[in-house]
Design a protein around this ligand. Structure first.
Ligand SMILES: Nc1ncnc2c1ncn2[C@@H]1O[C@H](COP(=O)(O)OP(=O)(O)OP(=O)(O)O)[C@@H](O)[C@H]1O
Ligand SMILES: [Mg+2]
Length: 354
């Protein structure tokens, strides 16, 4: 039973329930590059309830895709150094590759960044469905009616199933990829920037369709994006990632209405507002994420943080659970909220008070 996992401390027990489909604890992933180590994911812990959508948001290079690949054990060139990943109570890191192959695709799946490129240009769309189902030994269980229903829901014209992928627009190709992922009926989907390459209107419609499908099929989803505004309408909770670490995680409404981490605040004020011309000018966060080969001991955002004081970069951070109205918790990695240091930040008038 999941609740008997021995390494979880008291605080984690508060967040435990039998509904949790995925539990990641202290996951660390390294890439060796030119004699250096890039710690792309650094002691990341999170959980997903069954049927929940978690938005995973952060700037380019912060480790979002690496975390997704690690969950499916599909890392290329990277190594899981530490941690555990429990899927439906089983530790994925203790499974053989053969066992993982059974789970991949049919129980958990990933919609890859720019995955429409993975469609075979020489093969008809209908054959993609047949091959996918045959490969996963689900051809006998899945009927054409089910395929047609899914295609209908994704608004892919049935009359064009004998066309080749290159005859479709980018948005339609992406929907074909989504259909090919969902036809295997996985419970957990890691959607890595599934709509980023699409134009705004197509993106909005695809998101709407995805949202309906997630509800209808009771999918559990990690929705990866660099664009915080994208997850506002689809995610139940949001995890904000910065330079390999989760720096804040809570309910979507709390992240948008009462963000606590200075980086989350900056991301929210960087969302362009077409109605507010002044806000348009704030549409970027000054500075750059740190060099992943040479990270400070303390806060990685300190260099760009308007609230930072001299000790921020040098002091190792602890995760703080903020007492908030959220049942699922509000976790933050920032010195300002650590009891022993919080008095040093009292002069900030907009400091978060739970
Ligand atoms: N195969 C690899 N070999 C070496 N370094 C890698 C590899 N893949 C990723 N990295 C590095 O790991 C860090 C995290 O990369 P990752 O692709 O996970 O970020 P991301 O948040 O998904 O970025 P993006 O939004 O651009 O997709 C980056 O510093 C990246 O350069
Ligand atoms: Mg990525």
């Amino acid at each position: 039973m999941i609740s008997l996992i021995p390494f979880l401390g008291k605080e984690d027990d508060m967040l435990m329930s039998d509904e949790k489909i995925l539990i990641i604890k202290d996951l660390t992933v390294n890439y060796p590059v030119d004699g250096n180590i890039i710690r792309a994911v650094d002691k990341v812990s999170l959980f997903l309830n069954s049927g929940e959508v978690l938005g995973l948001v952060g700037e380019s290079g912060c480790g979002k895709s690496t975390l997704g690949f690690a969950i499916l054990r599909l890392l290329k060139g990277g190594k899981i150094e530490e941690g555990n990943i429990f899927f439906k109570g089983n530790n994925l890191l203790k499974m053989s590759e053969k066992e993982m192959q059974k789970i991949r695709g049919s129980e958990m799946s990933m919609i890859f960044q720019a995955s429409q490129n993975a469609l075979n240009p020489l093969q008809k769309v209908s054959d993609h469905f047949i091959d996918t189902l045959k490969f996963h030994k689900k051809w006998n269980e899945t009927t054409w009616t089910e395929i047609m229903q899914l295609i209908d829901q994704l608004e892919i014209p049935k009359s064009r199933l004998n066309d080749h992928p290159f005859q479709f627009s980018g948005g339609m190709q992406q929907r074909i990829v989504i259909a090919l992922t969902l036809i295997l009926k996985p419970e957990l989907i890691i959607a890595d920037e599934p709509t980023t390459a699409l134009d705004v209107l197509v993106q909005a419609r695809t998101l709407e369709i995805l949202k309906e499908l997630i509800k209808d099929l009771n999918l559990t989803v990690i929705y990866i994006t660099h664009d915080l505004s994208v997850v506002s309408n689809i995610a139940h909770r949001v995890a904000i990632m910065y330079a390999g670490q989760i720096v804040e995680i809570s309910d979507t409404s709390i992240i948008f209405k009462k963000p606590a981490h200075p980086y989350t605040k900056a991301l929210i004020s960087a969302i362009p507002d077409v109605k507010d011309k002044e806000k348009k000018n704030l549409a970027f966060i000054p500075g750059h994420p740190p060099d992943m080969r040479n990270l400070p001991e303390g806060c990685r955002f300190a260099e760009r943080c308007p609230y930072a004081i001299s000790i921020c970069e040098k002091t190792v951070l602890k995760d703080v659970h903020l007492t908030s109205t959220s049942k699922s918790g509000h976790l933050i990695k920032c010195l300002m909220y650590q009891e022993e240091y919080s008095h040093l930040f009292n002069n900030f008038s907009d400091k978060y008070e739970p």
